[in-house]
Design a protein around this ligand. Structure first.
Ligand code: ZN
Ligand code: ZN
Ligand code: FE
Length: 759
């Protein structure tokens, strides 16, 4: 007893469902330590008794060498009166009222499980739901915490004796792996044909593969919902899918069995490769190989495509290479146009019935739906277009936060964000709340996150836009629960999001270039080309694009020609018959629009940078009407002549950035038949020039050397990269997004940060 000491250790972070307890157990055994470890709803508790030198080693191991999926946010330990134990044990979980622990995202199948999946000698050979503590479903199956099997959708699958012994063996890779399953006791698959015929297990899988090979479209119930899949190298199959899905021209994501399949069609860089292979396995946007083009219908008007690796055992079995079997597949979310992704068996089969020729199904329920994440790589770090599977709901540090808060986010590309202690939990991608089903998913998900994180918000934040459905929801919530509501201007939220994303919580202000599609301004106009100076707490609008008429308001987003027409009229540019936007109208339509603009009937004013891109794309005749937001701008970016350095010059007077001269110069270039790729390059370069000049002028007035870039326009990678390097060359330090998207998917984090600093 004399040289036995006892220490109590408390750990917070992502420490449940990631093999933490078995790791603690085996470390204790190695070091002759007795005591116990236990999950609680507030983290992991350990009591350890042993010799001092062993206890020191024990603590060092746990703190500095934890399992790969764990994230330790808080590690504290205390000496306590010596206690004697006969052994080291894993105790039953304990629920502490008010306590909470971060929850692990869903993680792609690990290398060990993938090896076993294809090992004929393994008990789980070819079992589509193989997983372990290092991989598999998490957030999508959790109904409540603590994260234990009875509180997941695996509760209805009683473990067999093999699974039970692995689950209870602390030295096993599946010790306390809550979704553990095997062919004898776990979920099963089947394939259902359009005529209602059912084929179970391997027969079903074989039939699903035959469908893919024959160019048919199948729906697959995966990890977070349904995918629609077909052979990506078969133009007829791809065309059929696009037609049936009514997906306009939005690009389809692709999936390959291994990296070789992807490299065959795509020229990927090393950082891109690392991201494709990462344990999160997001969709990564990469360049197509020009010599090995895929059908145009996969991503009309683009040279880049989104690719990912098979990330569940079911996807691996479905896509396993074989002679004369396709090697790359469309794997797009299972929905029609803008609906949310289907995720419940009967609902999915009903909704996708007109699209899919067959359904590859399983009976493990998905508790919350989860879209695939979409990302690219900028300077070796992820840069998100959509942050969801694999990343949500991983915490983002929120320095100085002391409150439990809820930030409901914007209306489009919605995410919401909960806060507690020094954490922000940004939700998975929810989508466009104007869609009724998406709105329902939003309200359900808010309630679910509050429950699983044990957060009851004391403050709530929403967008300034009075008509956003998220704003209305927040107003009701605040009234019902009698908690204060804070309205936050959209572009200030973007700025705050970028600062919080970079862990910049200082008071000293930065210059924010918030270039966006739309957002409700403090003057009631539609903002989006804003240059702000400030910090998370507050900012002032120092400069902005000149106000332009937007006939029909936000609906104009789908009609670049209407935007161009309005911008030409507002800048007193003669409407020559030869101009591309003018030629795109029927005479009667043109007359009506001119009248509408002149008489200002439903013509709000906008300073949006996104709309300026639309207008220029229309002048260049890239697209006159589009089927998804920013389509014309994206195509204009794709056509840039690389390496061209010329630009147009914006004039700024008293903080107002005039666009008339630039439009005129573009028209002159078109008139002189300058190549559209060069005009596009010049236009992009002129925005870079505008940013650099504005930053320099604001630096000299305010002695600020830090710049933040946020808003949806910064998804334009040519613009982003060139702006970053130009600003750095001028001695600025540049903050841009790493953890949440620059687009509206990041707004909830910004709102949450504003709440946090206004404690
Ligand atoms: Zn695994
Ligand atoms: Zn089993
Ligand atoms: Fe926005």
């Amino acid at each position: 007893m004399s040289d036995i000491n006892t220490r109590r250790i408390h750990i917070k972070g992502v420490v449940q469902g990631v093999g933490f307890r078995p790791f603690v157990y085996s470390t204790a055994k190695e070091l002759n330590i007795t005591g116990w470890v236990r999950n609680s709803s507030a983290g992991v508790d350990i009591v350890a008794s042993g010799e001092i030198k062993n206890l020191d080693l024990f603590i060092d191991q746990i703190e500095n060498n934890p399992p790969p999926l764990s994230v330790i946010d808080l590690f504290e330990w205390f000496e306590s009166p010596p206690e004697l134990f006969s052994d080291f044990n894993i105790l039953k979980s304990k629920v502490i009222p008010g306590g909470f622990i971060p929850i692990s995202p869903d993680i792609a199948i690990c290398a060990d499980c993938q090896h076993e999946l294809f090992d004929p000698g393994d008990h789980r050979y070819r079992y589509p739901f193989i997983n372990c503590t290092n991989c598999g479903p998490r957030l999508t199956i959790i109904k409540d915490i603590p994260y234990d099997r009875p509180l997941t959708t695996m509760a209805s699958f009683p473990m067999c004796s093999v699974c039970t012994s692995e689950y209870s063996n602390p030295t096993n890779r599946r010790f306390h792996a809550q979704p553990i399953a095997c062919p004898d006791c776990g979920p099963q698959i089947w394939f259902q044909k359009a005529n209602g015929d059912n084929l179970a297990g391997e027969n079903g899988l074989r039939e699903a593969r035959r469908y893919l090979k024959d160019g048919k479209i199948i729906a697959i119930k995966g990890l977070g919902g349904f995918h629609l899949a077909c052979d990506a190298t078969n133009p007829t199959a791809v065309k059929n899918l696009r037609k049936r899905k009514r997906r306009s021209e939005k690009p389809f994501a692709l999936m390959g069995f291994d990296i070789g399949a992807i490299e065959k069609y795509c020229a990927i860089t090393n950082p891109e490769k690392r991201m494709i292979l990462s344990k999160e396995k997001p969709i990564v946007i990469v360049k197509e190989r020009p010599e090995n083009r895929l059908p145009e219908q996969i991503a009309p008007g683009r040279h880049t495509i989104g690719v990912m690796l098979a990330y569940t055992p079911l996807h691996l079995l479905l896509l396993e290479p074989e002679e004369n079997f396709p090697d790359l597949f469309v794997m797009t979310s299972g929905n029609i146009s803008d609906e949310p992704i289907a995720y419940i068996n009967h609902e999915g089969m009903e909704r996708l019935n007109d699209i899919a020729d067959g359904f590859l199904m399983h009976d493990r329920d998905i508790h919350i739906r989860m879209d695939d994440s979409v990302s690219t790589v900028i300077n070796h770090k992820p840069y998100f277009f959509r942050r969801s599977r694999g990343f949500a709901p991983r915490s983002i540090p929120l320095q100085g936060n002391k409150i439990s808060g809820l930030a409901v986010g914007p209306e489009l590309k919605n995410t919401f964000c909960l806060t507690k202690d020094e954490y922000a939990f940004v939700s998975h991608h929810i989508g466009d709340l104007k869609n009724f089903e998406t709105y329902t998913a939003f309200t359900e998900s808010v309630a679910h996150y509050c429950k699983i994180f044990r957060i009851s918000p004391q403050k709530i934040a929403c967008d300034l836009h009075p008509e956003y459905l998220s704003t209305k929801f927040a107003r009701e919530w605040s009234q019902k629960n009698n908690i204060p509501l804070t309205f936050i201007q959209h572009h200030h939220a973007h700025l705050a999001s970028c600062l919080a994303d970079n862990n910049y919580f200082e008071d000293s202000p930065v210059i924010g270039f918030i270039f966006d599609g739309t957002g409700y301004g403090t003057d009631g106009n539609i903002w989006g080309g804003e240059i702000l100076v400030g910090n998370i707490k507050e900012s002032s609008r120092e400069m902005h694009l000149a106000e332009m008429p937007l006939p029909g308001g936000d609906h104009a987003v789908y009609h670049p020609n209407r935007i161009a027409l309005a911008y030409l009229i507002a800048n007193h540019i003669p409407l020559g018959e030869k101009l591309n936007p003018i030629r795109s109208f029927e005479k009667s339509e043109l007359d009506i629009l001119r009248k509408q603009i002149k008489q200002k009937i439903n013509v709000p004013l906008t300073t949006s940078m996104g709309r300026l891109f639309d207008a220029v794309a229309s002048l260049l005749d890239i697209q006159q009407s589009i089927s998804y937001e920013a389509q014309a701008a994206i195509e204009m970016e794709q056509m840039i002549t690389p390496g061209f350095e010329g630009y147009y010059r914006f004039k700024t007077t008293a903080g107002i950035i005039d666009i008339g001269d630039v439009l005129k110069e573009i028209l002159d270039d078109i008139d002189q038949e300058v190549n559209a790729g060069i005009i596009s390059a010049k236009f992009h370069n002129s925005i870079v020039d505008l940013v650099v000049n504005a930053a320099k002028s604001l630096r000299s007035q305010n002695e600020i050397n830090k710049v933040a870039l946020s808003g949806g326009v910064w998804q334009n990678l040519y613009l982003l990269k060139k702006t970053i390097s130009s600003l750095i060359a001028e001695g600025f330090s540049v903050l841009y997004h790493h953890h949440v998207p620059a687009n509206d998917g990041g707004v909830s984090l910004g709102q949450a940060a504003v709440l946090a600093v206004n404690n």
